[in-house]
Design a protein around this ligand. Structure first.
Ligand code: GLN
Length: 485
């Protein structure tokens, strides 16, 4: 029946009407993985108990229990989110054999809701990258054209959703890693407000920017998953004490009077004409739906990438200091002193990109450079936050591209890490300011590669950006399930 092609909302309704069982959904998804995974490479680890999980849900449904709407729906999880008893690698040699003794808070929530954990997805090592090429284990391919990258760092999650190897997925977004791969793979990706989803059990990259996000093939699906994972958690000191509505139930396509700001700096010469055209077409469609469009300016945008890479690397250098070969993870053999063991463990356990960030982070935090780089980056962060606050006086949401181009080919920028960093220009501002932002598919390039449109809102305005995204999806007649594979 090709159940794997359906949305979570459709499957949820079918389950309740007994038109299908969780076991059938899972069997179909596993069969799809069997066919597609060789070409896509989305997963690092596949769960062995998928059918058992499904049978449990079917039993509860048969017994007449009232279950969460997402019960029985397959979900894939980025492999930097801790899963009890299931290896969690961060796509690094350092954690190749690491099996967490506890579940992340978001995983507890998925399990409690009866979602079916399908497997752990590939990523750039420790979530550092934008193409999923820096994984120690494998490359993931874009389902629309396997010669292109799926984006990153949550490339495995995005590719799995796009290819039908899962229905929903979790990613993490420190500087765009949910939104950019969603854009490259033609799906929806939501990076929530900082503090709305617990980071407990998310293996840290840059703690002040990291946020777990939801990925799906429709806005409603993405809203359902977000509604499940958000909420206060005492295990995360940065979690915000606040109650949240049911975002999916409240989705409305009525955007009459919605004030859309379009910051001109996001449409510079670096942004490919096909991307500019597709995003503008999306904006015009929303305008026809009753939104009011206003061009605005965001002058500090040009410093966002610099500020991001300084702050993110500084925090990464500190967070990754724990991988010393002593407590857990990889340890180099044949070493002749403690220092030698540290050096060899970290030299062999981390890949080049991770080492580059650790060195950059250590450098900007050093006594000589702290004022010149780190402190300035924090000042810049303040200015960016202020500019967003000013913009949201005049507008309800901002609409921009997600990435300056569509997906690129592997190795395209390997020689130029700096060029790769500048590609993050459209996504990092939301992380720097802690704002929610969503990526929705808004067109294709001539080569048939998806393009994404980003909708950003004020803190905790998830409902507003979801509604704008939902209105867009409705106006354009729904997002086709992409993927030539
Ligand atoms: N591409 C960005 C980086 O490499 C974003 C990564 C992320 O969001 N995890 O840091």
């Amino acid at each position: 029946m090709k159940l794997y092609r359906k949305t979570a909302s459709e499957l949820s309704a079918m389950l309740r009407k007994r038109e299908c069982s969780a076991a059938e959904i899972c069997k179909d998804t596993l069969a799809r993985i069997h066919v597609a995974e060789d070409r896509i490479g989305a997963y690092i680890t596949q769960c062995e108990d998928v059918m058992q999980q499904a049978q449990k849900v079917d039993k509860a449904l048969a017994a007449g229990e009232v279950l969460h709407p997402l019960a029985g729906i397959p979900v894939a999880v980025k492999d930097n989110i801790s899963t009890k008893g299931i290896r969690t690698t961060c796509a690094s040699r350092m954690l190749e054999h690491y099996v967490p003794p506890y579940d992340a808070t978001v995983i507890e929530k998925l399990r409690r809701a009866g979602m079916i954990l399908i497997g752990k997805t590939n990523l750039d090592e420790f979530a550092m990258g934008a193409s999923t090429e820096t994984s120690y284990f494998k490359k993931t391919h874009n389902p629309h054209n396997t010669e292109y990258v799926p984006g990153g760092s949550s490339g495995g999650s995005a590719a799995a959703v796009a290819a039908g190897e899962t229905i929903l997925a979790l990613g993490s977004d420190t500087g765009g890693s949910v939104r950019q791969p969603a854009a490259f793979c033609g799906i929806v990706g939501l990076k929530p407000t900082y503090g709305s989803v617990s980071r407990y059990g998310l293996i840290a990259y840059a703690s002040s920017l990291d946020q777990i996000g939801a990925m799906g093939r429709s806005v409603h699906d993405t809203a359902m998953l977000y509604s499940l994972i958000c909420g206060y958690d005492k295990m995360d000191a940065t979690s915000v004490q606040k109650s949240y509505p049911d975002f999916a139930a409240a989705c409305s396509a009525d955007i009459r009077g919605l004030r859309i700001g379009v910051p001109k700096e996001y449409f510079g010469d670096n942004v490919h004409p096909a991307v500019q055209a597709a995003v503008w077409k999306g904006i015009r469609l929303l305008e026809r739906g009753g939104a009011v469009v206003k061009e605005i300016s965001f002058p500090s945008m040009e410093y966002a990438v610099n500020a991001y890479y300084i702050i993110a690397s500084a925090e990464a250098s500190s967070n990754l200091a724990r991988y010393d070969g002593v407590r857990y993870g990889f340890r180099a053999e044949k070493t002749d002193s403690l220092t030698d063991m540290y050096v060899k463990t970290r030299s062999l356990g981390f890949g080049d990109e991770v080492k580059r960030r650790i060195m950059l982070g250590t450098f900007v935090l050093s006594t000589e450079c702290y004022d010149a780089y780190y402190k300035k980056a924090l000042l810049m962060q303040r200015r960016i936050k202020q500019e967003f606050a000013d913009a949201f006086q005049m507008c309800d949401v901002l609409i921009t591209p997600v990435y300056p181009t569509a997906a690129f080919q592997p190795g395209a920028l390997a020689e130029h890490p700096l060029m790769r960093y500048t590609g993050d220009i459209c996504t990092v501002p939301a992380n720097i300011a802690g704002l929610p932002a969503i990526s929705v598919p808004c067109g294709m390039t001539e080569q048939g590669l998806p393009i994404g449109m980003q909708i950003t809102g004020p803190h905790f305005a998830e409902q507003t950006i979801l509604n704008a995204a939902y209105a867009y999806e409705t106006l354009c007649g729904g997002f086709p399930m992409g993927g030539a594979v």
